[in-house]
Design a protein around this ligand. Structure first.
Ligand code: SF4
Length: 424
C-alpha cells in the first residue's frame, strides 16, 4: 500500500510517526510524502491543549474532504478513544500511542484494542524524517510528575525509562546513518531512571558519550530538580552541548504551588546563575504559562520583572488552556482569553528585545556550525550549539560551504532570533 503520514504535535510524537513509517516500510509498504497519491493517510495527532485538538480536527476534515481513507493515531486517540466514531464518523481505523507497533493491522482497517503500555526499543524499525544532519532520540515514555495544568500523564501514562544500553545502541545507529547531532527527548529528561528508583540521567549521558564518537548530544525537556545540579560537571565534555532546555512555567511561588511545580523564581535564578557560572557558553531555554488561575496584575508583573533579570537566551510563552481531567480544572478559568493573549504578547515582545541584545553580542564570534542544508532561496543554513532544531532560529551562511557537516563561521550580523555569518 502507498501510505502518507501527517505528523502533528511534539518531537515525541514525531518519533512515533517515524516508528510507524519504519514498521510499514520494513513490511514492504511504500511511504509517500504526497497525500494525493496515497491509498491511505495516517494522521498522528496531538490533544494536550485546546489549540492542538482544533488542529487535529481541522486536519481530519481537510483529508476527509480529499476522499482519503484515514487512520487516526497518537494522543487524540489516547484521550478520546471511546468517542472517535461519534467525533469522526468516516474514520477508517485508529491506533493509540500504545499500539503503534500494530500500525499495519490498522491500515488494513482493523481497530486495535488497548493492550497495555508500550515502550519502543532500538530493534523497532524507524524511518527518521528530520534533515540528514540530526535526529531525535526518545529515552522514555509518559510522565509521573503532577503538574496540575498538564494532561500528558493521563494521555501518555506513567514514566517508563528505556534501558541505557538500548538507547546507546540506537544512538550509535543514528551516528552510523551520518547524524551529527542527537537530540535527547522525553517528557522529563532529568527524571530518567526514576521509575526504577534510580537517578540515571548522569550514567546515561556518560554511556552516550562513550558509546558514540563524533555526534553532538543535546538534552531537551529538563526539569528543575537536584538531578540537574548533579549533571553539570558532565558538560565539560565538548560533545555534550551546553544547552539547557528547562521549562519553568512561572516565577510566582503561589502560582507555582497551584501548578504543582517546585521551588520559586529566586531558586530558579540561582539554578540559572549556577549553570552560567559552571558551564562555558551555556544557553538557557525556558517556557512560561500566562493566565493561570490566580495570576493577577501583580503576579504577571512579577513574571515580567523575573524574565528581565533571568535574561533567557530562548523563551516560549503559552496561554493557559484549562484541561478536563487535570487537577487544576476545578480552579476554573479566571483570566479571559483576550487578556491571556495580551499577556503572552507582552512576554514575547520583552523576550524579543532580550534575544536581539544577546544576538548582537554574538557578532564577531567564530562558531562551529552544523550545516542543515539550503533555504528555498539557496542560502546555506545551520545551527551552532546555541540553537536547538525546530524551536530556535539559526545561522544563515553567506558563502559556499560543504552541504553537510561542521563548518567554522564568523558571525557578521544579528537579527532578533537568527544570525548571519561567513565561512572562516
Ligand atoms: S513534567 Fe509536568 S508539564 Fe511536563 S509532561 Fe510531565 S506533567 Fe506535563
Amino acid at each position: 500500500m502507498r501510505v502518507a503520514f501527517i505528523s502533528l504535535g511534539c518531537a515525541k510524537a514525531l518519533v512515533d510517526t517515524e516508528t510507524m513509517m519504519g514498521i510499514l516500510k520494513a513490511k514492504g509498504h511504500e511511504i509517500t510524502p504526497e497525500v494525493e497519491k496515497a491509498d491511505i493517510v495516517v494522521i498522528n495527532t496531538c490533544s494536550f491543549i485546546e489549540g492542538a485538538r482544533r488542529e487535529t480536527e481541522e486536519t481530519v476534515r481537510e483529508i476527509t474532504a480529499l476522499g482519503k481513507k484515514i487512520v487516526l493515531a497518537g494522543c487524540y486517540v489516547n484521550r478520546y478513544r471511546s468517542e472517535l466514531k461519534k467525533r469522526f464518523p468516516g474514520l477508517f481505523s485508529w491506533v493509540s500511542t500504545e499500539e503503534i507497533w500494530e500500525i499495519e493491522e490498522a491500515i488494513k482497517g482493523k481497530v486495535i484494542p488497548y493492550k497495555g503500555l508500550y515502550l519502543q526499543d532500538a530493534k523497532t524499525p524507524r524511518l527518521v524524517s528530520t534533515p540528514p544532519s540530526w535526529a531525535y532520540l526518545k529515552i522514555s515514555e509518559g510522565c509521573s510528575r503532577g503538574c496540575t495544568f498538564c494532561a500528558i500523564p493521563s494521555i501518555r501514562g506513567p514514566y517508563r525509562s528505556r534501558e541505557i544500553e538500548d538507547i546507546v545502541q540506537e544512538a550509535r545507529a543514528l551516528e552510523d546513518q551520518g547524524r551529527l547531532e542527537i537530540n535527547i527527548i522525553s517528557q522529563d529528561t532529568t527524571y530518567f531512571g526514576g521509575d526504577r528508583g534510580k537517578r540515571e540521567i548522569g550514567p546515561l549521558i556518560e554511556a552516550l558519550l562513550s558509546g558514540t564518537d563524533r555526534a553532538w548530544i543535546r538534552l531537551l525537556y529538563l526539569y528543575p530538580s537536584e538531578n540537574l545540579h548533579e549533571i553539570l560537571p558532565l558538560f565539560s565534555e565538548e560533545r555534550l552541548l551546553p544547552y539547557f532546555d528547562i521549562p519553568l512555567q512561572h516565577s510566582d511561588k503561589k502560582i507555582l504551588r497551584a501548578m504543582g511545580r517546585p521551588w520559586d523564581g529566586e531558586k530558579y535564578l540561582e539554578l540559572i546563575n549556577r549553570i552560567r557560572d559552571t558551564v562555558r557558553d551555556a544557553v538557557i531555554r525556558t517556557s512560561v504559562i500566562v493566565g493561570f488561575p490566580g495570576e493577577g496584575p501583580r503576579e504577571f508583573d512579577g513574571l515580567l520583572r523575573w524574565i528581565e533579570r533571568a535574561r533567557f537566551d530562548r523563551l516560549g510563552v503559552f496561554s493557559y488552556s484549562r484541561e478536563e481531567g487535570t487537577t487544576a480544572y476545578p480552579l476554573g478559568d479566571t483570566v479571559d482569553q483576550r487578556e491571556k493573549e495580551r499577556r503572552a504578547t507582552v512576554v514575547a515582545e520583552l523576550q524579543a528585545e532580550i534575544s536581539r541584545e544577546k544576538n548582537e553580542k554574538m557578532v564577531g564570534r567564530e562558531l562551529y556550525v552544523l550545516v542543515e542544508g539550503k533555504t528555498p532561496e539557496g542560502v546555506y543554513f545551520g545551527r551552532s550549539h546555541h540553537f536547538a532544531p525546530e524551536v530556535d532560529g539559526g545561522i544563515y551562511i553567506l558563502g559556499e560551504v560543504m552541504a553537510e557537516g561542521f563548518v567554522k563561521i564568523k558571525i557578521t550580523h544579528a537579527h532578533t532570533y537568527d544570525l548571519e555569518g561567513e565561512p572562516k
